[in-house]
Write a protein that binds this ligand. Structure first.
Ligand code: ASP
Ligand code: MG
Length: 406
């Protein structure tokens, strides 16, 4: 075990002063075991949301620089309180803002990327036997403007610190026990994984299993940092997020998810000629409409059909764009079905096993669920189904892949 440990505590783990004291006690046990402890913390509870709403009360369009200045204050409160809590139980500690440890980022306010970290002050803290407490989610750009890493970005701060310090594990403490095979609130038989791969975690996070900030997983994968997702409310171990070669028995499917509140837009009678899809999807992306599944039928008599899915809330933005370019694309009527869901199965074992897609389709057929669209990638199969069948579909594929028995 390496001597240096990096821990990150999320907003719910430091939600009030009692919880902050509990966190301090947990840190104390690692400190007393002789470890160098670097701790990254998020803002308390819903602080960041409250700060956002303060800005909303002032203006619809706050300057991005000032927004970052505002949002970064939440983390500054929690690092100071945690350092005080540690000192009060006899553990020397020192808190740092992002700028104090030269967490250098690009200047992309509200979604900045980390360029480098200067570990000098953290090392000095360790040399003087102090716990280093670091504000998550924030950095500074070359002009010393405060930046933030995007909502949920404290996970990324923690992994970046672990990489900079050469720690082999980064513990992410949260309000769930670990990473599950699916959402336990939706499927009671959901089981917790002991291990999962970075790739699977990335797919599961982007599918809405929202445990970790996606960029933290990408960074951990690039730097070989093991992430340990675990609960701050008890001492049981959680889930290790590791590279594929560390997992002996690769699961065909390790997680299933459902994304609700989606819409399917279908454009019939599209002329089969170069540039049509480019025009459609560039126009949508120019207005930040996020498109997920896309299916184009094979051409027949020089025409085909293009269908795609997007979040229901984006339909209002998509509609005028579609109206605008409709005449260049089709003579038909655009159809919008705003009651669909996207069901997905994810697993690295799919790369080497056949029959995974067939099994998913069969289990949906057995449950009487009609598949509207299908899309696949190396480690993911997604089916668009009616929204009303979302829950049933999730349960059906969860048990078809034996996930309630792992
Ligand atoms: N406090 C920030 C947020 O709420 C960062 C984080 O919690 O990771 O998004
Ligand atoms: Mg989070």
């Amino acid at each position: 075990m390496s001597l240096t440990i990096v821990q990150k505590y999320g907003g719910t783990s430091v939600g009030d002063t009692t919880k902050i004291k509990n966190v301090a006690n947990r840190i104390k046990s690692y400190y007393e075991a002789g470890k160098n402890v670097a701790v990254v913390v998020s803002a308390m509870g819903h602080t960041t949301d409250e700060l956002v709403s303060l800005a909303d009360q002032i203006t619809d369009n706050p300057p991005k620089r000032e927004m970052d200045m505002l949002l970064s204050t939440g983390e500054q409160v929690s690092v100071a309180l945690l350092a005080m809590a540690l000192e009060s139980i006899g553990v020397p500690a020192v808190s740092f803002t992002g700028s104090q440890i030269k967490m250098m980022t690009d200047g992309n306010h509200s979604n900045a990327k980390i360029d480098s970290i200067d570990r000098t002050r953290i090392d000095k803290a360790f040399e003087s036997k102090r716990v280093a407490i670091i504000a998550g989610f924030q950095g500074i750009d070359k002009e010393e403007n405060i930046t933030t890493l995007g909502r949920g970005g404290s996970d990324t701060t923690a992994v970046a610190i672990a990489a900079a310090l050469g720690a082999d594990e980064c513990e992410i403490y949260t309000d769930v026990n670990g990473v599950y095979t699916t959402d336990p609130n939706k499927v009671p038989g959901a089981k917790m994984h002991k291990q999962i791969t970075y790739e699977e975690m990335l797919e599961l996070a982007s599918l809405g299993a929202g445990v970790l900030h996606s960029r933290s997983v990408e960074m951990a994968m690039n730097y070989g940092v093991t992430i340990h997702v675990r609960s701050s409310f008890h001492r049981e171990p959680g889930t290790l997020v590791v590279s594929e070669d560390k997992i002996m028995e690769k699961m065909k499917v390790s997680g299933v998810t459902v994304k609700s509140d989606q819409a399917r837009i279908t454009i019939p009678n599209v002329k089969d000629q170069p540039g049509i899809a480019a025009k459609l999807f560039s126009a949508l992306s120019a207005k930040d409409v996020i498109v997920d599944v896309i299916v184009q039928s094979s051409p027949h008599d020089g025409i085909n059909t293009i269908s795609f899915t997007t979040a229901k809330k984006d339909v209002i933005t998509a509609k005028p764009i579609l109206e605008d370019i409709k005449k260049d694309m089709t003579s038909g009527e655009i159809e919008i079905d705003d009651s669909i869901a996207i069901l997905s199965a994810v697993g690295v074992g799919m790369k080497s096993h056949v029959g995974v897609a067939a099994k998913m389709f069969q289990s949906l057929a057995d449950a009487g669920i009609n598949i509207l669209m299908i899309s696949t990638s190396e480690i993911k199969i997604s089916c668009v189904i009616p929204q009303s069948k979302a829950q049933d579909g999730l349960k059906a594929i969860h048990s078809a892949f034996g996930l309630d028995q792992i």
